[in-house]
Design a protein around this ligand. Structure first.
Ligand SMILES: NC(=O)c1ccc[n+]([C@@H]2O[C@H](COP(=O)([O-])OP(=O)(O)OC[C@H]3O[C@@H](n4cnc5c(N)ncnc54)[C@H](O)[C@@H]3O)[C@@H](O)[C@H]2O)c1
Length: 278
């Protein structure tokens, strides 16, 4: 959807929960041309300064819900654990034409149908935190009542923070959440663990943190700029009989290496997603 489509929405975009992800998404929308007088934020726990700063930019913050006209979109960005309390409050705002887009981990289309009704147009999606710099990855699935135009609108809102991958089978969402939703944490942990390992190998702490961080960031940028598969980029670092080969013999160990460890980690995250379904 084009920039002008965000500019000329028939109704407002209501954001429920303006924390890390919701806040990043709102910034993306405003940058893409959503008029601030079409943006409504509902977040009773928002720090006063943040609420005042948004209001000064023309965003409506915690208005009386009776004054809110039929929204084009309601974006659900509260924690899955508070959803049973928070979502029913916005259910009366859903009108014909409104699409409800969730970014909550775990919470299913069925959970949302119980709250918003069988006629509601519902999208379940999962973004990730590089959204804050426009480099997010979102995976999304549309419920049966979502029209092509509503799917385009949901795409436009998610594209404001990065790329969007639509899937047809909701059963894949927990695994997608475990890979791309939680995934940035694994990359950050890699930088942390490399820095710590460098310290244990004798490097001064600050130097170790600086070079580990820059190395993970540089490898990510190379992955981004190159057309080569990750495995080829890895092989390009690895001289036969050299230092990398020695490290990879540990990291690629069939039983104790990175592969089986990550498989277990992603299985744990996937299982937790199913537990949060509610
Ligand atoms: N952080 C991530 O990496 C990430 C990635 C993908 C999806 N998500 C999903 O995004 C959602 C938000 O996560 P986050 O990391 O931004 O959390 P967060 O804690 O930063 O934001 C949640 C916001 O909800 C607000 N809130 C709490 N109760 C509320 C209520 N009753 N009504 C309205 N607002 C209320 C809080 O004040 C807070 O601002 C979660 O459902 C999470 O699963 C997060």
């Amino acid at each position: 959807m084009s920039e002008s489509a965000l500019k000329y929405l028939s109704g407002p975009v209501v954001l429920l929960g303006a924390g890390k992800m919701g806040g990043a998404m709102l910034e993306g929308w405003l940058k893409l041309g959503l008029s601030s007088d079409h943006a409504i934020v509902l977040d009773p726990h928002m720090p006063a300064e943040a609420a005042e700063a948004l209001a000064a930019r023309g965003v409506s913050v915690n208005p009386n819900l009776d004054t809110v006209s039929a929204p084009s979109v309601i974006l659900l960005a509260v924690k899955p654990q508070v959803a049973p309390d928070a979502l029913p409050r916005v259910a009366p705002l859903v009108k014909a034409g409104t699409v409800v887009v969730s970014i909550m981990a775990g919470r299913t289309l069925s959970f949302m149908t119980d709250i918003f009704g069988a006629d509601a147009a519902l999208v379940r999606s999962i973004p990730n935190t590089p959204a804050a710099i426009g480099r997010g990855v979102s995976v999304a699935v549309a419920g049966p009542r979502v029209s092509a135009a509503q799917r385009d609108l949901a795409s436009a809102l998610l594209s404001a923070i990065g790329i969007v991958e639509w899937i047809e089978d909701e059963a894949l969402m927990d695994a997608a959440t475990a890979v791309s939703g939680s995934g940035p944490a694994y990359a950050f942990l890699l930088a942390e663990a490399m820095a710590q390992a460098g310290i244990e190998a004798g490097l001064p702490a600050e130097l170790s943190h600086r070079i580990a961080r820059a190395t993970v960031a540089g490898a990510g940028a190379l992955l981004d700029h190159s057309d080569l598969p990750a495995a080829t980029l890895r092989q390009n670092v690895t001289s036969p009989g050299g230092t990398t080969a020695a490290a990879l013999a540990v990291l690629m160990h069939e039983e104790n290496g990175f592969g089986p460890l990550l498989t277990a980690a992603i299985a744990a995250a996937t299982k937790r997603g199913k537990e949060l379904a509610g």
